[in-house]
Design a protein around this ligand. Structure first.
Ligand code: GLU
Length: 443
């Protein structure tokens, strides 16, 4: 058994109750073996054994009072996974599915994603099993204030900088920031994704979706192709999906689908992003509402996006949403590119199948890194107490996505796996963190 296989087997035995974490760590460990072969000193320093254990996990109770006067209790978490190259950085997920396994998988992914951005940010993630769906603004505020009352003693602009993720948008970041400032009496860049009047960065809202499309644009350009005229299927209808759809449309593609947890819509004329924004960002309603504004579109309950014929698939909903059957359907329909907008939306068997079939598969830690990259730019702006223009931030985002694509492609080539961006992204992300960990001693 080689080094990565041994560490993977140990993880599987130890964390039988954490399947998502074992899956995410397994993907990284499998991909980086070529880098381990070239660096026998890593095993002597037990580098992987250290890498897979979070530096710190904070778990706490989050009591709050709902609108009927009843006391509710949720579980709150912050995984401070790795600070070798910068303060812990990563979002807060608010969703009923949140547990230790999911947050450890997300925090682990974040280490390599953040490293790939080329910016000085470590890996972290947090959240709660609180479900903002269907809650009043006052209930969301009560939850956020209680959550931050505990979290504020563990985070800080130079320590750990949370942000949004599923269920945590501008509204939640606002309530969290307000409570942090009130308790700590300091105005710092302790959270990213802030509003534009109170320290937020232009283009942060758009960054993950735009970055995803810039990444695909780089990939297509490397093959002498463009997005113009391409049919694109997108899953999800959150922040990532909406701005991916907007940018893909702007660059000449036709976006055929979007979805939420209840069902999906297909619009043969191309998704109207303004309609989706109104449904999701203003009214917080179901995607089924879409057909009222767009009579040529169809709505179907349940899942089904990956059965629609397309050139490019952008899974932007959640983990493990694209399985082996979906991957087979995409290949049968002639899809050439699958680029992850969500974190680990493709199951491992589906990923392996797509790679075997020669599909250009872009792992989320590379292709969705634009969001956290602009978060790091928000931190820079907060530190220098200046704000950059939209074009300045968007220009930097474009360059960062181009660099990630190039670094991942070059690393894949160096490992003898040209075109395999899973190997390339993991190796490139890992080597920077590994170098920093080696330099900093046994900590
Ligand atoms: N939640 C996003 C991600 O998965 C963004 C994190 C951040 O901006 O810190 O990368």
């Amino acid at each position: 058994m080689n080094y990565s296989e041994r560490v993977k087997a140990e993880l599987k035995d130890r964390y039988t109750d954490q399947p998502e974490f074992v899956q995410a760590a397994g993907e990284v460990l499998d991909a980086i073996q070529p880098a381990l072969d070239a660096h026998p000193e890593f095993e002597k320093a037990a580098l992987l054994e250290r890498l897979v254990e979070p530096e710190r996990i904070v778990m706490f109770r989050v009591p709050w009072v709902d609108d009927s006067g009843k006391v509710q209790v949720n579980r709150g978490y912050r995984i401070e996974f790795n600070s070798a190259i910068g303060p812990y950085k990563g979002g807060l997920r608010l969703h009923p599915s949140v547990n230790l396994s999911i947050l450890k998988f997300l925090g682990f992914e974040q280490i390599f994603k953040n490293s790939l951005t080329g910016l000085p940010i470590g890996g972290g993630k947090g959240g709660s099993d609180f479900d903002p769906k269907g809650k009043s603004d006052r209930e969301v505020m009560a939850f956020c204030q209680s959550f931050m009352t505990e979290l504020c003693r563990h985070i800080g602009a130079d320590t750990d900088v949370p942000a949004g993720d599923i269920g945590t948008g501008a509204r939640e970041i606002g309530f969290l920031f307000g409570q942090y400032k009130r308790i700590r009496n300091e105005y710092t860049g302790v959270l990213t994704g802030k509003g534009l009047t109170w320290g937020g960065s232009l283009a942060r809202t758009e960054a993950t979706g735009y970055g995803l499309v810039y990444f695909v644009q780089n990939l297509l350009e490397s093959k002498g192709d463009t997005l113009s005229g391409k049919r694109v299927c997108i899953s999800g209808a959150g922040n990532v999906a909406i701005y991916a759809a907007q940018k893909a449309t702007e660059l000449g593609a036709t976006v055929l689908t979007m979805s939420d947890s209840t069902g999906w819509v297909m619009d043969p004329d191309g998704i109207d992003v303004d309609v989706v924004k109104d449904i999701k960002e203003v009214r917080r309603a179901r995607i089924s509402e879409y057909v009222k504004a767009r009579p040529n579109a169809t709505y179907t309950d349940g899942r089904g996006v990956w059965g629609v014929k397309c050139d490019i698939a952008l899974p932007c909903a959640t983990q493990n949403e694209l399985d082996l059957d979906d991957a087979k359907a995409l290949v049968a329909n002639g899809t050439k590119v699958v680029a992850e907008g969500a974190n680990m939306p493709t199951t491992r068997p589906a990923t392996d199948f797509l790679l075997e079939q020669g599909i250009s598969f872009c792992p989320g830690k590379a292709s969705n890194a634009g969001g956290v990259a602009v978060s790091a730019l928000e931190m820079s702006q907060n530190s220098e107490r200046l704000s950059w223009t939209f074009d300045e931030v968007d220009g930097k985002l474009k360059q960062i996505m181009a660099d990630i694509f190039k670094n991942a492609s070059d690393a894949a080539e160096k490992c003898g796996k040209p075109g395999n961006l899973v190997v390339g992204a993991n190796v490139a992300g890992f080597l920077k963190v590994a170098d920093a960990m080696m330099a900093q001693g046994i900590v």
